[in-house]
Design a binder for this molecule. Structure first.
Ligand code: NAD
Length: 495
């Protein structure tokens, strides 16, 4: 059985205990991953703490060289990383390649770190007094990541934290740990000094050890809302800087004037791509008006029935299995509940079996119409290939529905009406908005982050927000002895 170790001070460290890792397509165990706690976090902290001063003192232009090399390595090894992702997550190979490419964008942005860290200087702010500011690294920082993007989400964090001069401890998801270990090896190959990056595997015990360790200055978390809230509260109570990104329920509004084929295609990709296991997946379609709703559902139904579902090794597959058996069963139980609560089951994905993959964690694409806001299928984040149609009577009804939802990660409006689009972008209470773009994940030189219970803490991830999160501002005001002598001053003076 393949053993996946921790990586501390650039060395593999076997786990005292281990967790099984599965191939979701076959349903069989493929590996065992080490599971750490306070001891492993302390060891990673010791390695990162000793590596930090030299790394922080390395010129930003030299740190940028590591970023350039990492960018090259990600390009050269993307197929290998994508295969590692698919084997443990289940997503298709093309989708896994897309994940690597989105992570690579952040590395590209981090290549510009000398420019991004450039401070400002003001000469003669007062008689003979000059003032400048700079952004300094925080020290040892940690990242805790979810199963659904085992390469992209660590790459939202690591390039920014490392380029800014911090040392990093990654605690990836225990469900798909191979890709994070591969990334660690690529960073070393790119020239990152030993100990600057460490990977500790595990679950709650490892997370709690990170949150309680006094040496860790900041924590970036991406995962479900209840754990995000927990991580934020416990980390902040221990004096750490914390950004904790949570779950989502993303709506796509279809206006009567929209191109319905374009909207239906967009809903297919955004609702069922990666089996709906994306924090920016669209799980609620909101057609405006009964006529739009009837026409949209008529277009969606045959598309959902025709979804090609298969293992990542099948190049024609559009969607793979769910990550674990327990998760598949949970998603399936939401379909039971939706039907029992009165939703119209237009396409039922339950009970899907694939020849040769009978033990895999499969679930077919599911479409529910006439869902209402009180049903559990609407209220909860399902994180599976289930699209709910909530019919809005008019545009205002659609806006109110979205603004009343506690989640606020992403949303989209499909329309040809510029006025409606402008109004929507301005008034909607959601962090990332698409206009005729179903999954508005910002590019690497902007920043990612939702609002309300989709984020706890004040900074989004990567882009300019990443630089701010992983550095702190220092402002130096100086006067040289040859300057004007004014005697002791006991009050603020006008400049
Ligand atoms: P999760 O919250 O179960 O796990 C996330 C991380 O927290 C993992 O590393 C896990 O080991 C750890 N963890 C789990 N339970 C814990 C506990 N009780 N105490 C401490 N740590 C714990 O999330 P997941 O199932 O891996 O990922 C899916 C979730 O992540 C979805 O809710 C999805 O919306 C969200 N997500 C959000 C974003 C975003 O940017 N907002 C991006 C990707 C995923």
């Amino acid at each position: 059985m393949k053993q996946i170790p921790h990586l501390i001070a650039a060395k593999p460290v076997p786990g005292a205990t281990a967790t099984p890792v599965f191939n979701p397509a076959t349903g069989e165990q493929s590996a065992q991953v080490a599971s750490g706690g306070a001891g492993e976090i302390a060891a990673a902290m010791a390695a990162a703490g000793s590596a930090f001063p030299a790394w922080a003192a390395t010129a930003p232009s030299k740190r940028a060289k590591v970023m350039y090399e990492m960018r090259r390595l990600l390009e050269a090894r993307k197929d290998e990383i994508a295969s590692a992702i698919s084997a443990e997550h289940g997503k298709t190979h093309t989708d896994a390649l897309g994940e690597v490419a989105r992570g690579q964008e952040v590395v590209e942005y981090a290549c510009g770190i000398p420019q991004l860290l450039k401070g400002s200087y003001s000469r003669n702010v007062s008689g003979g007094v000059d003032c400048y500011d700079e952004r300094q690294p925080l020290g040892v920082v940690a990242g805790i990541t979810p199963f659904n993007f085992p390469a992209m989400v660590p790459l939202w964090m690591m390039p920014m934290a490392l380029a800014c001069g911090n040392a990093f401890i990654l605690k990836p998801s225990e469900r798909d740990p191979s890709a994070p270990n591969l990334l660690h090896d690529l960073w070393r190959e790119a020239g990152l000094p030993d100990g600057v990056l460490n990977v500790v595997h595990g679950a709650k015990e490892a997370v709690d050890a990170i949150l309680d360790h006094p040496g860790i200055a900041a924590v970036s978390f991406v995962g479900s809302t209840p754990i995000a809230q927990y991580v934020y509260s416990r980390g902040a109570a221990n004096g750490k800087r914390v950004q904790a990104l949570g779950g989502a329920k993303n709506h796509l509004v279809v206006m009567p004037d929209a191109d319905l084929d374009q909207a239906a295609d967009a809903l297919m990709g955004a609702g069922y791509g990666s089996a709906g296991e994306r924090c920016m997946a669209v799980s609620v379609a909101v057609p405006v008006g009964e006529k739009t709703a009837d026409a949209l559902v008529a277009k969606l139904k045959p598309r959902v029935q025709a979804l090609k579902i298969g293992p990542a090794t099948d190049a024609s597959a559009e969607m793979g299995p769910l990550v674990t058996r327990a998760h598949r069963d949970k998603v399936s139980s939401y379909i039971d509940a939706g039907a029992a609560e009165g939703a119209e089951l237009v396409v039922d994905g339950r009970g899907l079996k694939l020849q040769g993959y009978e033990k895999g964690f499969w679930l077919g694409g599911t479409l529910l119409d006439r869902v209402t806001p009180t049903m559990s299928v609407y209220r909860d984040e399902i994180f599976g290939p289930v699209l709910s149609v909530v019919r809005a009577k008019d545009y205002e009804d659609a806006v109110s529905l979205i603004n009343a939802n506690p989640f606020a990660n992403g949303t989209a409006l499909f329309t040809r009406d510029g006025d409606a689009a402008r109004d929507f972008a301005g008034r909607i209470q959601v962090g990332m908005v698409g206009i005729n773009v179903p999954i508005p994940v910002p590019v690497g030189f902007h920043s990612f982050g939702g609002w309300k219970s989709s984020i706890f803490g004040s900074h989004g991830v990567y882009g300019p927000e990443g630089v701010h999160f992983y550095t702190r501002l220092k402002t130096v005001t100086s006067r040289w002895p040859t300057g004007i002598r004014s005697g002791a001053q006991f009050h603020f003076t006008e400049r």
